[in-house]
Design a binder for this molecule. Structure first.
Ligand code: BGC
Length: 778
């Protein structure tokens, strides 16, 4: 354990044991403890990922109490769909400014957990089912916030992928998916952006609480990734404080009312806790306080509410995914205009239908709940942009108790409005109560009354556009029956305006799915292992999370990962790929806007290694870029695949390993829309598998030092076994059978067939020779 090297560390020496312990837990819900005697101030940390939730007085971590007004930017489900590093950075800067103006030292976000199941109640707070998307965009967010002298808290570390039983459940994950899927994004953000803090999650991982796991908090986070900041607990995540401190859990939040501080003092006094451990944790708190003090005042007020609202609208517009945009089926049959239904003409007669148009769902419930500075709704914003008549019908009620009569009346009224309109725009979505921190959904269905409403509207007018408001994906059983679907997620306070912008084409949609929309819940990867039982959830799908699952199993989906349409079209040239001096792969492709309006394309790069030695998904995302193109413009896009991202976690030796070979590089508009493929030769990492008595004969035969020797011996032995081979059915591969044998048991044959000429000492000698290295033997 090393002493922090900052100036604040010096003052650890000035503190009493009790003072040091006092620093390692909160003073209250949102503040650290001051030490007036030596001039250490208290600092404030507060939620959350897409806006500031600074409570005026008192506190709770579930969003129950009131907070100061702040700009509600699109939650991660929306913002992530932009795939746009610059945009996310700008939103991060704005969040940093708002936090700084409110004297908040650390903003508790971003949340970058993987969306393992669409049922997770908190998916709206997370970015993707893919670790590269989560890692790259999480980095942009951290850098944006921290550029304003405000810290971040990368959360929830780690494998916290459900809300059910979240404070006890053990996520039982094998090493490869843990490293390659669930930790990879965290690693990226830590290594690239050094968040001031990392928040450990509530759950256990393979039986150990994240808040007291030395492997997670020290070995992986600090020793392997080089994390320099402070580990903070999720609110109430501490189970056993003293082992937690020793594991690397520096700051417990919220306050323990001094109880756990006293435990720490007692443990030092009775010798069960090394005081050095406490010094390091207290030093990290002082270091955080120092950063916060130095960062404070970097921003000067007052808050430009209008500018931040405008940014929220821009970000929301960039978060909207145009899933489908065609002419109605009827139009095709009758030979009417074949043009896609969107964008709408401003003078069209519209029927806007659905309660969400008037009462937007723009964020999810729980600790991330923002009190917005203002709130747009789509109905008003559509009316503001339209020059034609805009009728409105509520369509359905989101109230808990709705009578059958009321439901039918609302539906009939909506169908009547649709029948006299040029186009019906139907707002469907999940009622707020279905998506929240603290619990998961039971299904992925939209409420039945909404589906029935849509049927009635489509029957009245096939020119129907569906706009969805939801934080987690929903099944879309109507996808073939409506000409256009706009996935508007939860878009923050300016989402209403952004929806109007996209519907009328003032904003050309450019977002793409960072998660697959499945056809059925039963198709989803974690279906049989979610949410687990008796506080254990087995990650049985392993590496095959999200699109990795659907592709490997060739499962049809409603809309694939990476999909999203535009009002223009893009053509891709032939890609090329080359390894650069740093060992990374540079992929170059020309992309052209072939339509007649400006737009952005999210270019995606996937790789695979056919015939590799470990199981791999069909293809995995490794790089992406959001590219703005004027009509007719062509741009050479260069995307970098980091060499490290080609590595798998090799469980034989517990380390990352880049396997050599001919990698396929797919340049794509979505995970199922590959536009150009090339191959690139990658030199593998230097690696020799250590030998042991358990090494298989095949492994020993492949060994660079002793392999040749063993191959020769086997060939000789096979030559002497003609009699055995002859009684075998033709074609049976005796060598293959033999190759699977552990070398330690080879003596078995030798004893019977070669007069005991292979003995255990010889085998151990061979193993030692191999492990010692040296010149290859022939
Ligand atoms: C949540 C965290 C949040 C904290 C403080 C917890 O319940 O899991 O995401 O930052 O509360 O509100």
């Amino acid at each position: 354990m090393t002493e922090p090297t900052t100036s604040a560390a010096a003052s650890v020496a000035e503190l009493t044991l009790e003072e040091k312990a006092s620093l390692t837990s909160g003073a209250s819900f949102w503040y650290t403890k001051p030490i007036d005697r030596v001039g250490v101030p208290a600092i404030m940390v507060t939620d959350g990922p897409h806006g500031l939730r600074k409570q005026r007085e008192g506190g709770d971590h579930l969003g129950l109490g009131d907070s100061v007004p702040a700009t509600c930017f699109p939650p991660a489900v929306g913002l992530g769909s932009s795939w746009d590093v610059d945009l996310v950075h700008r939103v991060g800067e704005a969040l940093g400014i708002e936090a700084s103006l409110e004297n908040v030292a650390v903003l508790l976000g971003p949340g970058i957990n993987i969306k393992r199941s669409p049922l997770c109640g908190r998916n709206f707070e997370y970015l993707s089912e893919d670790p590269i998307v989560s890692g790259v965009l999480g980095t942009a967010m951290v850098e944006g916030v921290q550029s304003k002298g405000v810290g971040t808290s990368l959360k929830h570390f780690a494998a916290n992928n459900q809300e059910h039983d979240r404070m006890r459940a053990s996520s039982d994950v094998d090493p490869r998916p843990l490293r390659e899927i669930y930790l990879r994004g965290f690693q990226r953000v830590v290594e690239d952006a050094q968040p001031w803090t990392v928040m450990c999650s509530y759950n256990r991982i393979n039986g150990v609480y994240a808040s007291e796991d030395p492997w997670l908090l020290t070995q992986v986070l600090r020793d392997e990734w080089g994390f320099e900041g402070l580990v903070i607990s999720d609110w109430g995540a501490v189970s056993e404080r003293v082992p937690g401190l020793a594991a690397g859990m520096d700051l417990e939040m919220p306050s323990s009312n001094g109880v756990t501080d006293a435990q720490i003092v007692a443990a030092v006094q009775d010798g069960s806790l090394d005081e050095q451990v406490l010094d390091v944790a207290a030093g990290r708190v002082l270091d955080l306080v120092r950063k916060a003090t130095e960062g404070a005042g970097a921003v000067h007020g007052p808050l430009d509410v209008d500018a931040h609202h405008a940014l929220a609208r821009e970000a929301a517009g960039r978060s909207i995914v145009l899933l489908k945009n065609e002419a109605p089926n009827e139009a095709r049959v009758q030979g009417e205009a074949q043009a896609p239904i969107l964008p709408l003409a401003k003078d069209a007669r519209l029927a806007v239908i659905g309660e969400f148009a008037e009462q937007p769902r723009y964020q999810g419930a729980g600790s991330s709940l923002i009190r917005p500075t203002r709130l747009d709704n789509a109905l008003d914003e559509i009316r503001a942009l339209a020059t034609g008549e805009v009728a409105y019908a509520r369509g359905f009620s989101n109230a808990l108790e709705v009578s059958a009569e009321e439901t039918a009346a609302l539906r009939d009224e909506a169908a009547a409005a649709a029948s006299v309109a040029d186009v019906a725009v139907v707002f469907l979505g999940l009622p707020a109560r279905l998506e929240s921190e603290g619990y998961d959904r039971d299904d992925i269905d939209l409420p039945a009354a909404q589906l029935a409403l849509l049927d009635a509207v489509v029957a009245a007018n096939p020119y129907t556009v569906v706009v969805l408001s939801n934080g987690g994906v929903v099944a879309l059983p109507f996808a073939d029956r409506v000409p256009a679907i706009v996935e508007a997620w939860l878009l923050g306070q300016a989402g209403g305006g952004a929806i109007a912008d996209v519907l009328f084409g003032d904003v050309n949609p450019s977002a793409k799915l960072t998660e697959t929309i499945p056809l059925r819940l039963e198709d989803t990867p974690a279906y049989l292992d979610f949410p687990g039982e008796f506080s254990h959830v087995r990650y049985g799908e392993g590496l095959f999370v999200g699109y990795r699952w659907y592709d490997a199993r060739r499962i049809e989906v409603a809309f694939p990962f990476g999909h999203g349409l535009s009002y223009t079209t893009f053509a891709y040239g032939d890609a090329s790929a080359a390894v650069n001096a740093g060992g990374d792969v540079e992929v170059t492709v020309a992309v052209t806007n072939t339509g007649d309006r400006a737009g952005r394309e999210v270019v995606q790069v996937y790789t695979s290694l056919p015939g590799g030695t470990v199981q791999r998904p069909v293809r995995e995302l490794k790089a992406f870029a959001s590219v703005a193109l004027e009509p007719g413009e062509t741009r050479e896009v260069v995307l970098t695949v980091r060499r490290g991202d080609l590595a798998h976690w090799d469980i034989r030796v517990d380390r990352w390993l880049v396997e050599g070979g001919s990698y396929v590089v797919d340049v794509a508009a979505s995970s199922r829309d590959i536009r150009s493929s090339v191959q690139v030769e990658i030199e593998g990492d230097e690696f020799t598998l250590p030998l042991s008595r358990s090494s298989s004969i095949a492994e020993v035969m492949a060994h660079p030092v002793v392999g040749g020797m063993v191959q020769a011996a086997i060939a000789q032995m096979m030559g002497g076994m003609d009699g055995v081979a002859s009684v075998m059915p033709e074609g049976v591969e005796v060598t293959k059978m033999l190759e699977a044998f552990p070398i330690g048991r080879a003596g078995m044959f030798a004893a019977a067939d070669s007069g005991g000429s292979i003995n255990p000492e010889m085998i151990d000698g061979l193993i030692a020779m191999g492990n010692a290295g040296g010149a290859p033997q022939q």
